[in-house]
Design a protein. Structure first.
Length: 80
């Protein structure tokens, strides 16, 4: 799946990470993701596994790129 935004929370610090990772749909109820080694999602998931827990998070597909100047343009203002 492409254009995903995956939200995870660090179990120790509460830090919230939003990253784009690769996912594959296996069947109607199973989806697997690949989080490259060393990326925030990988580090956070390993912290959960160390505690004997599964990674808790949300995945959103079809998201658009963030455009920080969009609202400024709508108001007739220049870029930041």
């Amino acid at each position: 799946m492409c254009a995903t935004s995956t939200v995870t929370r660090d179990p120790e610090s509460g830090y919230v990470n939003v990253g784009s990772y690769r996912f594959k749909l296996i069947d109607e109820t199973t989806c697997v993701g690949h989080m490259a080694s060393g990326h925030h999602g990988d580090i956070i998931s390993k912290q959960y596994w160390k505690q004997g827990k599964g990674l808790s998070g949300g995945d959103f597909t079809g998201t658009r790129a963030i455009d920080p100047d969009r609202r400024r343009r709508q108001r007739g203002l220049g870029p930041l």
